[in-house]
Design a protein around this ligand. Structure first.
Ligand SMILES: Cc1ncc(C[n+]2csc(CCOP(=O)(O)OP(=O)(O)O)c2C)c(N)n1
Ligand SMILES: [Mg+2]
Length: 396
């Protein structure tokens, strides 16, 4: 972690000085206002990494490297997650999914952040975060319900404490702040972790959410997956801010930059951020990663980025680097890897089989949840649709 003035004078909230109370903004009361020590909020000049792209520990000591059991869970989650992701993309080609936004290459964020969450915490995902949901133990078929074209999110948000996947950019940031605020008013120890993309940080909602969270000291972790693009728009055309982490600072939110392809760094940072958020209010994490696939299966990324750029990022693959580390450390061997690959193939086959079954549909459901008490007009529309369907079935 870089803290010297020579390297930009940026002081990390995880710097030695503040290590005893990581990620905590210092606020002092002066006159009529609260004044925050902004030096304590700034992100590090270099993204925090614990294991480098070659699988070698970086030696950074601001956060401890998670233990072998956790690193193995992270590796396992990423391998299973990637196989799920590949299978979901394949299902779009078979017409079993309407659309699928792949998170290939972003598994360290998807898995690392979720495994660092506590059971009582809430996740507010976006459309890109299906692997995060699978990691949080949501049934994979239920995860894909919305993308299959159904009208509801498919899973019970309360069961896993996972909000519906959000397609309108950044609205989930406000939902996360609202839920975390309400939980605290009720005296519950709940942190909300909200995923958002680099492009989403340009939305007004993010700024309202950061402001409310900072003023109310709401227990929220804003986790930005900076994957370089908002569909075809590269980050350089998205913002003039020095980093996305800097956006948090303007609101008084301690903000970190991390290597988003290092699952160990993601896990350790989110763990610390959740503790800090529960104690003293919001934290923002900008994780630098890369969207290896196109925006969705419906997009052609070769029209706006060159293959050399993709090649550079493939060399930073989050799974390969952790596998290298775990092999060198003697935690896994060929047998472990083969076994895990077999498990992921079995799960993919089961998912394929379940997704190939036609989902039962009831067109009448369209009208069920519009009003608590259906209006006469709605009841008439429902009857008309059902009568028409019956008629066309008779003539089929
Ligand atoms: C409010 C809103 N505006 C526009 C869109 C259309 N849209 C869908 S995805 C996307 C790009 C988002 O990029 P980013 O936030 O970086 O997330 P990523 O897709 O890279 O994960 C846009 C503009 C939308 N879904 N919601
Ligand atoms: Mg993006």
């Amino acid at each position: 972690m870089v803290t010297s003035a020579a390297e930009g004078g940026l002081v990390s909230p995880l710097a030695p000085e503040s290590r005893a109370r990581p990620i905590r903004a210092r606020t002092t009361r002066q006159g009529r206002g609260h004044h925050t020590d902004h030096a304590a909020l700034l992100p590090s000049a270099h993204p925090l990494a614990l294991i480098d792209a070659d699988g070698v520990p970086t030696g950074q000591t601001d956060l401890a490297l998670p233990g072998s059991d956790i690193l193995l869970d992270l590796y396992r989650g990423m391998v299973l997650g990637r196989r799920f992701d590949t299978q979901a993309t394949a299902l779009t080609k078979q017409g079993r999914l309407a659309v699928y936004p792949s998170s290939r290459g972003q598994e360290a964020c998807e898995v690392g952040a979720v495994l660092a969450m506590r059971e009582q915490d809430w996740l507010f995902p976006t459309y890109r975060d299906s692997v995060a949901l699978v990691t949080r133990s949501v049934d994979p078929v239920e995860v894909l319900t919305l993308l299959r074209g159904d009208w509801h999110c498919g899973y019970d948000p309360y069961l896993h404490r996972v909000a519906p996947q959000c397609t309108p950019l950044a609205t989930n940031t406000l939902h996360a702040v609202g839920l975390a605020h309400a939980a605290r008013v009720k005296g519950e120890d709940t942190v909300a972790l909200v995923f958002l993309g680099d492009g989403a940080t340009s939305e007004g909602d993010v700024h309202e959410a950061l402001n409310f969270a900072a003023v109310w000291k709401t227990p929220v972790v804003f986790f930005i997956q900076n994957n370089g693009y908002a569909i075809s728009v590269p980050l350089a055309k998205q913002t003039a801010a020095p980093s996305l982490a800097h956006k948090g600072i303007g609101y008084g939110v301690p903000s970190l930059r991390i290597d988003g392809n290092d699952a160990a760094a993601v896990y350790a940072t989110v763990r610390a951020a959740i503790d800090a958020a529960a104690g003293s209010g919001p934290v923002l994490i900008e994780a630098l990663t890369y969207r290896v696939e196109a925006h969705t299966n419906a997009d052609d990324a070769t029209r706006y980025r060159d293959s050399e750029e993709v090649r550079v990022w493939l060399a930073r693959d989050p799974i390969i680097r952790l596998e290298r580390y775990l092999r060198t450390a003697g935690v896994i061997d060929d047998a472990t890897v083969t076994d895990l690959n077999e498990t992921s193939e079995r799960r993919a086959a089961a998912l394929r089989e379940r997704m190939n079954a036609d989902a039962p549909t009831d067109p009448g459901e369209l009208f069920d949840h519009v009003y608590a008490e259906p209006t006469a007009a709605l009841a008439a529309q429902r009857a008309a649709v059902l009568a028409e369907l019956e008629l066309s079935a008779e003539h089929a």
